[in-house]
Design a protein around this ligand. Structure first.
Ligand SMILES: [Zn+2]
Length: 248
């Protein structure tokens, strides 16, 4: 097979994955053998779950598409705003839950605060994350691009920001979650749903001052943790409002 050239154009914020000096230009790769578009994309540093639409010489293709001769490849992230090819999108926006890697503890907490189902274990190793992702059909949240490139990852996202609140905003945008917010409905510690309980039900487990000042309580259906609108609550509420405002 004669060598051939693949030119890639990255749209939206996909050049986040390129080295600074490579951003804003098209990338050229010389190839000597049939190569899948997934392998070409990932050799440039872009994990496949980040790519929502691939055009090869103007036509939509999937990740397995084999490149065998000169080609112009256009890559678009989710939400890049191009109206055509709605049927050929590669990423699901609707997911039932997430699994976050061990470095994203604050993000996991933020998302739980907003009511989203996030599996998180600070000690989980990569293969455990992938197992939970597959078994429970969750989207993987990680800043480890290599992990996101793993072939079994169907849905995932690499937060661009290093700030947890900004990451939460990114995730809400990426997975179109703004209308699904259900704040204070999930346990921040263990991820299980909370249920409303009467004061009488939890009375004997409350501190003396909490007994005096609060009337409404929720209890975790998983670990039994009791929640009420205590001193930390207004702080959480403020963060929540900020996240919400930034999502709009
Ligand atoms: Zn809990």
């Amino acid at each position: 097979m004669n060598p051939f050239t693949v030119r890639l154009n990255l749209h939206g914020d996909l050049d986040f994955f390129l080295r600074a000096e490579a951003r804003g230009r098209s990338i050229e790769r010389s190839l000597g053998e049939k190569t899948s578009v997934k392998d070409v994309i990932e050799s440039c540093g872009v994990p496949h779950p980040e790519v929502d639409l691939i055009l090869a010489n103007g036509q939509p293709v999937d990740l397995h598409y084999a490149i065998t001769s000169d080609a112009d490849i256009e890559l678009y992230p989710v939400g890049a705003g191009i109206p055509k090819f709605k049927e050929q999108r590669l990423q699901a926006t609707i997911v039932s839950g997430f699994v976050a890697d061990g470095h994203l503890g604050k993000l996991a907490r933020d998302l739980r605060l907003l009511g989203f189902d996030v599996a998180y274990d600070s000690r989980a190793e990569d293969r455990q994350l992938l197992r939970v992702m597959e078994r429970e059909n969750r989207a993987l949240l990680t800043r480890d691009r290599r992990l996101l490139m793993h072939a079994v990852v169907k849905s995932g996202y690499c937060p661009r920001s290093q700030n947890a609140d900004e990451q939460a905003v990114e995730v809400i945008r990426r997975f179109d979650l703004l209308r699904s917010l259900a704040p204070f409905s999930r346990c921040l510690r263990c991820n299980a749903p909370l249920r409303k309980v009467s004061k009488a039900e939890v009375l004997e487990r409350l501190e003396p001052l909490t007994k005096i000042y609060y009337e409404q309580f929720r209890c975790c259906t998983g670990c039994g943790q009791i929640y009420w609108a205590g001193s930390h609550f207004s702080k959480l509420q403020k963060r929540l409002e900020k996240i919400r405002a930034n999502c709009g």
